[in-house]
Design a protein around this ligand. Structure first.
Ligand SMILES: C[S@@+](CC[C@H](N)C(=O)[O-])C[C@H]1O[C@@H](n2cnc3c(N)ncnc32)[C@H](O)[C@@H]1O
Length: 254
């Protein structure tokens, strides 16, 4: 199953609070040249672009499905391109702001990745990143456990997704070692109240389940999702369900 913009948009309201928090860390200057790594549908790229006077913003994403929606948000100062983050960081183009919201948790090797993102910046440029750090939450641990059981372990050839996300201490040190100034790194819990275990499963289906469904044969999708929902239902046999969502936010100038 590829990224599904409809499923992802179901929790738009909940995703907006961390976006506003990240926006507050950005030093607004006129005419910034900005790249949004993993821009998804582009809706947040548009809000970001509209908040930066005279900016020129490029949103990149590897998902055709998500980018299809981005047509609605294009302007003369906001364009989108299908590109992997791993390829964008090899490019020589320099930016005043490298921005990424809820996407870098899908890219591995952060000890190498973050310095590469910093090398994409012009002198005086800023890095501003938000990513979920909820990989030890029951919703995510359950997916990894399910993936190691038969027949999924065979179909996945033993593959499970290890989260590349580091601790906030490590990110702070990486930013400092790379010469960062005005360093701001914190982890925040966004409290979400969802109707029931099914709503919780819907949330993770739109994100954490994606790489597993991409690798599993189509006929295994429904049984995998059903088994996952059963696990969540056993743990959260209640209504409403409280979901404390950890996220890391960071920014620095270079
Ligand atoms: C959780 S969504 C966030 C989208 C958008 N930033 C937002 O907040 O609305 C994650 C996005 O990252 C994209 N993505 C994941 N891995 C990627 C990669 N290696 N290169 C480019 N985009 C990637 C996905 O296609 C998806 O659109």
């Amino acid at each position: 199953m590829p990224w599904d913009p409809a499923l992802y948009n179901k929790f738009k309201k909940e995703r907006f609070a961390p976006f506003l928090d990240l926006q507050k860390l950005i030093a607004v200057k006129p005419g910034l040249k900005v790249i949004d790594l993993g821009c998804g549908t582009g809706e947040l790229s548009r809000i970001l672009a509209d908040s930066l006077p005279g900016c020129e913003l490029l949103g990149i994403d590897s998902s055709e499905e998500m980018l299809r929606e981005s047509k609605n948000f294009e302007t003369e100062y906001l364009t989108f391109r299908k590109q992997k983050i791993e390829d964008a960081i090899k490019d020589d183009t320099k930016w005043d702001l490298v921005f990424s919201f809820s996407a870098l948790q899908w890219v591995d090797h952060h000890r190498a990745l973050i310095p590469k993102l910093i090398r994409m910046l012009n002198k005086g440029g800023q890095l501003a990143i938000q990513m979920p750090s909820n990989h030890e939450h029951f919703t995510h641990v359950t997916i990894r456990e399910l993936a190691t059981t038969y027949p999924y372990n065979i179909a996945l050839d033993g593959w499970v997704r290890d989260a590349p996300v580091l601790s906030i201490e490590e990110y702070t040190k990486i930013l400092f070692d790379a010469g960062g100034q005005d360093i701001n790194v914190y982890e925040k819990i966004y409290p979400h109240v969802l109707e029931n275990a099914h709503a919780l499963a819907d949330w993770t289906s739109g994100t954490a389940l994606v790489p597993y469904l991409e690798r599993l044969p189509k006929e295994m999708h429904d049984p995998f999702i059903e088994k996952y929902k059963e696990g969540l239902q056993r743990q959260y046999n209640m209504s409403p369900v409280f979901y404390p969502f950890n996220r890391i936010l960071m920014s620095a100038t270079f």
